[in-house]
Design a protein around this ligand. Structure first.
Ligand code: ATR
Length: 272
């Protein structure tokens, strides 16, 4: 049976085995998908052992995505620009392909939730690894403009510069957002994990603004609560992105696109 795994540290919280097991059942694939806790200095050893034992592919989560980027012998363009890899696939020639499906997972979720991106003004909050991973797929949807705002302006400027040839992308200081509204606001900061909200003016939310928090949990996230209080027409959390990135990885490995909606519903039930 074909073997897949997710590597991380910590790993106990990972929903990936649940998601991929449902995908495999849905599409009648003969495969196993497990999770593995990897020592902080043990990523290369764990990946070597897995692939030498016939493993077909793996997902990589915190804190190994940059190491997986180094480990891959070939990179997709989106992984190269993301600077991080969340999916590895064993190639027939013995090499290992590194991909990053996080951004496409976000875009697919937005499309599934009927959020328009083309010709829209998008605000991306944060400029860390999570932000970097989603910029290219967002720009591929041809928004009117993608504005990156971050507590530390220089990091937003670096990202805007890095992607300047891929679309209309600009960096602004959080305070500079005064008097601007956006159609879609995506929070990639880790602020929600500590119950915080980035210090941006609430006027960025207009009458038709959708807000998306990449974080998710059993209760509404602090960012989405704030967004609702200030009139967002729709708030979405990162559970759909999680299922979306998994669906993209599954597609890369198995050549089949699983249905995300039913799996997302079942996953949401497990959070209650
Ligand atoms: P990740 O890989 O999840 O993106 P990261 O690279 O550490 O993690 O980036 C975290 C992001 O969240 C950064 O943009 C950070 O802002 P700074 O660059 O100014 O540090 C942002 N962030 C974290 N906590 C925040 C808070 N309370 N308010 C605003 N931004 C916050």
């Amino acid at each position: 049976m074909d073997k897949y795994v997710v590597f991380g540290n910590p790993i106990g919280q990972s929903k990936s085995p649940f998601i991929h097991t449902l995908f495999a059942r849905q599409t009648s694939q003969q495969m196993t998908y497990t999770s593995q806790l990897v020592a902080l200095d043990g990523f290369v050893q764990a990946a070597d052992a897995f692939f030498n034992d016939g493993g077909k592919g793996c997902n990589i989560t915190v804190p190994f995505k940059e190491q997986a980027y180094q480990y891959a012998t070939t990179l997709t363009e989106r992984a190269r620009l993301a600077g991080a890899v969340n999916t590895l696939k064993k190639l027939d020639d013995g090499g290992v392909l590194g991909d990053n499906t996080d951004g496409e997972g976000l875009v697919q979720d937005l499309i599934n939730q009927h959020v328009e991106l083309k010709e829209q003004r998008i605000l991306l909050l944060g400029a860390g690894g999570a932000a970097r991973g989603v910029i290219l797929p967002l720009l591929a949807q041809q928004p009117k403009q993608l504005v990156i705002a971050n507590r530390t302006l220089s990091k937003a400027q670096q990202l805007a510069e890095l992607f300047s040839s891929d679309g209309n992308v600009a960096a602004l200081e959080q305070a500079e957002l005064e008097d601007q509204t956006f159609d879609v606001i995506i929070n990639s900061t880790s602020a929600s994990l500590s119950g915080d909200v980035p210090a941006i003016p609430s006027t960025v939310i207009g009458a038709n603004t959708t807000c998306y928090d990449m974080v998710y949990g059993s209760a509404i996230t602090s960012f989405n609560r704030w967004a609702k209080e200030h009139g967002a027409i729709k708030t979405l959390d990162g559970l759909g992105m999680l299922v979306g990135q998994a669906a993209e990885s599954f597609m890369l490995w198995r050549g089949l696109r699983p249905g995300a909606k039913q799996v997302q519903r079942e996953l949401r039930r497990t959070l209650q």
